[in-house]
Structures are given as C-alpha cells and as structure tokens.
Ligand binder design. Sequence first.
Ligand code: HEM
Length: 170
Amino acid sequence: MSCPVYHGAPELNPGLLPIDWLLGAWESDEPGEGSFPSIEPFRYTETLHFSHVGQPIIIFMFNAFEAESKMPLHQECGFIRMQPGTNRVAFIIAQNSGLMEIEEGELTGKQLSLKTDSLARISFAKTPKVKQISREFQLRSDGRLEQTVSMETDNQPLKQHLHVIYRRPS
Ligand code: HEM
C-alpha cells in the first residue's frame, strides 16, 4: 500500500536527496521486539511506506501487527521535512493511540536521531501519559533499515520500547 495522495510520477525534489534512502516500502525482516518495564515483552511485524509528491517532504505510513495473530496494533503516519542547507530533520507524526508528536533531530550519514520537541494527546488517550519519545533510524551496511524507539512515561524513565529491522519486500 502506498500513500494515495498523488498519482503522477513526480521527480524527486533535490531537498530530499540526503534521505532518499528511506523512500519506498519496507517490511520487518524478523519480528520486531517490544518491551518496557511495565508491560510483557511482545513481538510484532511492521510495514513502512515512504513516498513523496515532488515537494521536499516525505509522506509516511507505518502499520504494525501482532506477530502471531497478525491483528493490527499500532499505526503512525505523517511527514518528514529537512531544514534546507542543514542536517536538521523534523518528523510530524499522528498515532492511532491519540498521540500527536513533533520529533526533531539530525541526520548523520545514514542515521536519523530524533526526539520529541512537542507532544499532544487526545483527552481520552490511554494512560500512562507519554512524556518523551526518542527514535533512531539507521540504514545498515547490509541494506537493511533499523529502527529503535524509546519512551518516557509519567511512571517510567526513558527506556527502550521497540527494536526492529526491516528489509525491502521481495
Ligand atoms: C512511538 C510509538 C509508540 C508509543 C509512544 C507507544 C506507547 C506505549 C505506551 C505508553 C504503552 C503503555 C506502557 C505502560 O503500560 O507502562 C505501550 C504499550 C504497548 N505498546 Fe506501544 N507505543 C508505540 C509504538 C508501538 C508499536 C509500533 C507497537 C507495535 C505493535 C506497540 C505495541 C505495544 C503493546 C503490545 C503494548 C502493551 C499493551 C498495551 O499497553 O496496549 N507500540 N505503548
């Protein structure tokens, strides 16, 4: 599934060249590993889609599923922007859990390191409240993509929640 916003074949905006390695589809290679001190460890699969419409902006959709039952669990979608002429990157993210976040950080080589700049939540989102999220994407030398997500909640300090490695779909 791609983001159905534009049906042409737009040329890549040069502003996206530093992060063009994200574009296209990815799927978890082995199931991802979920953990946090207050929950049971879990395994999940995930697909990622990164597309563009010719603007210097990446549009993305992430869909995560419970590994065994394949039930949909978590979804995130949003936009990625780079500050022109710099290595500054911003992710604008909406999550199905009722969280909206802006993560900002830097691109170093083929690694993106981000943390929340602001976080908002719907009034009836599940507790605990997420206070901070930090996230890394890295394109590995074997061509696979790795994502690690950590979070702080109002009753746990910053700890890893997710680790997953993706490959290009065959
Ligand atoms: C940045 C993204 C995410 C955030 C901020 C987030 C946040 C949270 C929070 C706050 C909890 C409750 C922790 C507690 O009870 O102390 C949780 C639990 C959980 N998360 Fe995530 N999560 C994210 C992504 C994901 C993804 C991609 C999956 C993949 C399937 C996932 C699966 C789960 C599961 C299975 C639980 C335990 C059951 C539950 O509380 O619903 N989460 N997550």
